[in-house]
Ligand binder design. Structure first.
Ligand code: URA
Length: 427
């Protein structure tokens, strides 16, 4: 196989040969295809898409780039959740322990920040000592004993996605329906689940900007999962403003603790419970248990246990000030009286990346402490000078971040119509 033939076929809107697809993914996984050729192929796919006849071997090759876990010896229906990516989307952190505390095992393999969106692994690693690079054996043991494990792709689990994900992050090739669908489904199908809940984000901060595109992505992923014999449900949820009140890794861990304490913002608490109920019903349990486990502190206790089991400092749960904290702060103020009429949520995410909460290049290090506190939400009435966003920084990228945030907030004379958080359910 010549990789350049595949690139040219896709560039010219032709069909890629299934065997060539399998070969290129396998070769890239063992470092036998250079990043520049893979980047060109990804861009051709981004621009020209993939047919179902191409997507099936592409996803299958990514899934088979590593091992497919067998969790059959662990009792219960194993259920995971995955989000297509948003700004301030920390839901996996409170959700996984909450669902595990209700008796449904959650084997969770997550990703890092991608483009303007944050990643579960980066958030977890802002907890001092927390290791997401557990061995597969330890991961399986954690799912068996605590009912959950929180890891990233390893050399064993969908390693092709690990490499492609990092390359897409820095080559402008993230927001592609076939690339997102194959990325998510390859790692989810490799982790030994029986059922999956997908949170497909739509809006100004999502990779899918329209409900039609989000629906197509959801249907594509549900179809891939069902073909593999899994129960898959997708929720389409709103991403026209940051989720919750924080953006940035340690800040989002703080908010996750608040959610599990029953003191979280209304939207992140509601979405955590909605996704938990869906996971519990797929797992054959009473969905109402989710709210009970939040109220009686079982979810928080399980979070403390998994932090400790994965090497982190469990004291952060009672004393979040132990998390990395940025010492400097500037405030973006409302330029005039009015209502928050629209938020360019991608620009808010990029502002976080400028501060160091995400990566601009593959090898960039994250600053776990920096980020944003969202002080004004869509539809809020604001007076001139009132805080819109609090910027927690370490003297890096502040002017750039402030300029982006200023441009991201539109203040109108009349209040906007704000849609529901959960827009639709598929599957
Ligand atoms: N989440 C993933 O795991 N992969 C993508 O491509 C996008 C979001």
């Amino acid at each position: 196989m010549r990789v350049v033939d595949l690139i040219e076929a896709k560039r010219d809107r032709g069909q890629m040969d299934p065997d060539a697809i399998r070969a290129v993914i396998a070769a890239y996984s063992r470092d036998a295809v250079p990043d520049y050729q893979m980047a060109a192929l990804l861009m051709a796919i981004y621009l020209n898409g993939m047919s179902p006849a191409e997507l099936a071997p592409w996803t299958d090759a990514m899934l088979r780039s590593g091992q497919v876990l067998d969790l059959g010896h662990i009792a219960g229906v194993k259920v995971d959740k995955h989000s297509t990516g948003g700004v301030g989307d920390k839901i996996s952190l409170p959700l996984a322990p909450l669902v595990a505390a209700c008796g449904v095992p959650v084997p969770m393999v997550s990703g890092r920040g991608l483009g303007h969106t944050g990643g579960t692994l980066d958030k977890l690693e802002s907890i001092p000592g927390f290791r997401t690079d557990q061995t597969v054996e330890r991961f399986v043991e954690l799912v068996g004993t605590l009912g959950l494990g929180l890891i990233g792709q390893t050399a064993e689990i969908a390693p092709a996605d690990k490499r492609l994900y990092a390359l897409r992050d820095v080559t402008g090739t993230v927001a592609s329906i076939p690339l997102i669908a194959s990325s998510i489904m390859s790692k989810k199908l490799a982790e030994g689940i029986d059922a999956l809940v997908l949170d497909v984000k739509v809006g100004t901060g999502a990779f899918m900007r329209t409900i039609d595109d989000a629906r197509t992505l959801a249907e594509t992923m549900v179809a891939i999962g069902q073909k593999m014999g899994k129960k898959v449900v997708a929720l389409l949820t709103d991403m026209n403003q940051p989720l919750g009140r924080t953006v940035g890794n340690a800040l989002e861990v703080r908010e996750s603790i608040d959610i599990l304490r029953g003191e979280g913002p209304a939207d992140t608490t509601a979405l955590t419970l909605e996704l938990a109920r869906t996971m519990l019903s797929l797992g054959g349990k009473d969905p109402a248990e989710a709210e009970r486990a939040l109220k009686d502190g079982r979810g928080l206790e399980r979070f403390r246990q998994i932090i400790e089991a994965q090497g982190g400092d469990p004291r952060v749960v009672d004393d979040p000030d132990r998390l990395p904290t940025a010492t400097r702060e500037v405030v973006l103020e409302a330029p005039r009286d009015g209502y928050v009429g629209a938020i360019d949520t991608t620009a808010v995410g990029v502002a976080g990346v400028c501060l160091g909460a995400g990566r601009a290049k593959k090898e960039d290090a994250i600053d776990p402490a920096v980020g944003l506190t969202i002080e004004a939400r869509l539809g809020d009435r604001v007076a001139k000078g009132q805080p819109l966003v609090r910027v927690h920084h370490a003297d890096r990228g502040v002017d750039d971040a402030l300029a982006r945030l200023r441009a991201a907030y539109r203040i109108d004379d009349a209040p906007p119509t704000v849609g529901p958080l959960v827009i639709d359910r598929i599957g």
